[in-house]
Design a binder for this molecule. Structure first.
Ligand code: ZN
Length: 239
């Protein structure tokens, strides 16, 4: 079983009528619902308003892959919690950052850069071009591209370190392009950034988006998790 934890700041779904009508129980529950149908996944959800943002050592120990959606309240996640998440990734936990989580503290810690980008909310259509059909995260996406009728426009330059592999490029009918699917290895952990998912669109009900998130969970799960981050003195092996 892959133990998945979906983290959501859970603000817009409570304060904005449009968002509430799309995700009445929150984005985290919508994601948990489609992942929970997979026989090899066991899904839990936590939100920013839970005690300690829902994140404890025990939770991290028992999470194989964490999914993160945040937007307006990134700063409310305490630095020490963000550091714990980063260290869990360095030890082997898989991590998927969705949409505006590009500015979340754990993502910025793992990237080491600003993670800035250009943005605009103008109801643009997005066309997501598949760059590597053979990567496990793209399994089942067989066309050259797929489209989302409406998304927030994100645009280059995106202030990230070069990804280990670029899987998707988003093009918007306003003219912009963006690196919409990127992977990195961070020590023992695998990280996937996936751009679609603005709260005013039903993006997380899209079949291709769901397929990619499911594939990403299976790709990011740890093969081996190191027990602690240490830099030990070691004796000679041969005398
Ligand atoms: Zn957005």
């Amino acid at each position: 079983m892959i133990r998945v934890t979906v983290w959501n700041e859970f603000l817009h779904e409570k304060t904005d009528e449009k968002v509430k009508s799309i995700y009445p129980n929150g984005i985290h529950k919508a994601i948990a619902e489609f992942l929970g149908k997979e026989e090899d996944m066991e899904v839990k959800t936590i939100t920013l308003d839970d005690e300690n943002c829902g994140i404890t050592d025990e939770l991290l120990e028992n999470t194989d892959v964490m999914i993160w959606w945040g937007h307006m309240r990134h700063w409310e996640v305490p630095d020490e919690i963000a550091m714990k998440v980063k260290e869990a990734v360095l030890r082997g936990m898989g991590m998927i950052f969705l949409h505006s989580a590009h500015h979340s503290k754990p993502f910025k810690l793992l990237m080491g850069t600003t993670c800035n980008l250009g943005w605009r909310e103008s109801d643009d259509k997005e066309r997501l071009w598949v760059i590597d059909h053979n990567h496990p995260i793209m399994e089942g996406i067989t066309d050259r591209f797929f489209e989302l009728e409406g998304e927030e426009t994100y645009m280059e330059p995106f202030g990230i370190p070069d990804p280990d592999k670029l899987l998707l490029v988003g093009w918007y009918n306003g003219g912009e392009v963006f690196r919409s699917g990127c992977i990195w290895h961070r020590e023992n952990g695998k990280v996937f950034y996936f751009q679609p998912g603005h709260e005013t669109y039903p993006t997380f009900y899209n079949e291709n988006v769901q397929k990619i998130i499911k594939n990403a969970v299976r790709w990011a799960k740890p093969v081996y998790r190191i027990p602690e981050l240490i830099c030990p003195w070691m004796p000679r092996i041969e005398e």
